[in-house]
Design a binder for this molecule. Structure first.
Ligand SMILES: Cc1ncc(COP(=O)(O)O)c(C=O)c1O
Length: 370
């Protein structure tokens, strides 16, 4: 075999997949581990979604509705947009891919931050585009540096808001000023995967910016059912944008990109206010409780607008991650993100949070960090 692998593809570093939880348990000789590593919903999927999916399983021999008519309609009602402004994806990941496919050709530039969600850059590499990567400034997107880095070749700017992994938020005023200083030819993508956890008063009015775009660049908002709605395994997310942009994205998507269980499950989850509220309250209470306990142990918790937060553990985070694994608590070391002393944890249920704190206390003492 002789492969003519394009250089831009060969250079892509694969997304770090992480081991299945069962496999980790076998490897570390543990059981009943808890996973606080991927910012998922610790309260599980919406029970109404589970019921709706169970009821539709005998219909799996049919192709799904290629327009996801009912789900699109329901999402449009929920976010107060028109159905023509909504594009669904196999996770919001896929909408990121559509944006890059539709707007980036070889040599075009895309601006992202570091650290930030990893997938933006990978899709750009696939297209042979150029990633311009701007370091966060004090854990926040450096909007001034992004303006400076924007050129006539810049097609897209990706901003995860709140940022993953730092859990910081762009202020409404700062974002308005930012837009006014950019050329109208770029598209600013606000990845709002965690927006449900943000205090409504602090949220950027993305729909207003999408609809009233005179003199400013186009804004696209990305949302997901993977976090607040607890459907990460179903793979369903969406973008809200000007109808003209949506029309272009529909041209680059497969006709049946949203599978049948995802259409049915997401629709039911949207109507499950009880589960949504439980998740919101549990996250808020859990964050407050964990922050206090982490501080009491001598570590530094960082403020968060989401369902996860950073902790400075005052020592090698990867060693702590390993030690926590032996206690059956899976967290994320931030070493690879450039923070060698930080871990990131997802807010768990009350029981999970209690276990996390007990394990952290023991591991910190064992490692002599505090
Ligand atoms: C900032 C950000 N955007 C997007 C995603 C992916 O969302 P989805 O599961 O909808 O593809 C994640 C997942 O962790 C994320 O952190």
């Amino acid at each position: 075999m002789k492969l003519n692998t394009p250089r831009n593809i060969a250079e892509i570093i694969p997304y770090p997949p992480g081991k299945p939880q069962d496999e980790l348990e076998r490897e570390y000789g543990i059981s009943e581990s808890i996973k606080l590593a991927s910012n998922e919903n610790s309260w599980g999927p919406s029970p109404r979604a589970v019921e709706a999916i169970t009821d539709m399983l005998t219909g799996l021999h049919r192709y799904p509705d290629g327009s996801s008519y009912y789900l699109t309609q329901a999402i449009a009602d929920w976010v107060e947009a028109e159905p023509e402004q909504i594009v669904l994806g196999n996770g919001s990941n896929e909408v990121i891919e559509f944006l890059v496919k539709a707007f980036v050709l070889a040599g075009d530039e895309v601006i992202t931050s570091h650290p930030s969600f990893l997938m933006y850059q990978k899709f750009v590499q696939v297209r042979g585009g150029k990633n311009t990567v701007i370091e966060l400034n004090q854990l926040e997107h450096d909007l001034e540096a992004i303006i400076q880095a924007t050129t006539e070749k810049t097609r897209l700017i990706f901003l995860d808001n709140p940022n993953n992994p730092c859990a910081t938020l762009i202020s409404k005023k700062h974002f308005q000023d930012f837009l006014l200083q950019l050329p109208e030819t770029v598209i600013v993508v606000l990845d709002e995967a965690y927006i449900d956890f943000v205090n409504p008063e602090q949220r950027i009015d993305t729909l207003d910016l999408i609809n009233n775009n005179s003199g400013i660049p186009a804004v696209v908002a990305l949302r997901t059912f993977s976090k607040a709605f607890g459907l990460a395994g179903l793979r369903i997310g969406f973008g809200i944008m000007h109808a003209d942009i949506a029309s272009l994205l529909h041209r680059v998507r497969q006709p049946f990109n949203i599978n049948l269980p995802a259409q049915i499950g997401a629709l039911a989850a949207l109507r499950d206010k009880t589960h949504y509220d439980l998740t919101m309250q549990g996250t808020k209470d859990g964050l407050a409780w964990l922050t206090e306990r982490v501080r009491a142990l001598g570590c530094t918790p960082y403020p968060s607008h989401t369902n996860f937060f950073l902790i400075d553990v005052c020592g090698d985070a990867t060693k702590l991650y390993e030690a926590m694994l032996y206690k059956g608590v899976i967290v994320r070391s931030m070493q690879a993100y450039g923070f060698p002393n930080f871990i990131r944890i997802t807010i768990g249920t009350e029981q999970e949070n209690t276990r996390f704190i007990a394990a952290l206390q023991e591991c910190l003492a064992d490692l002599g960090y505090v």
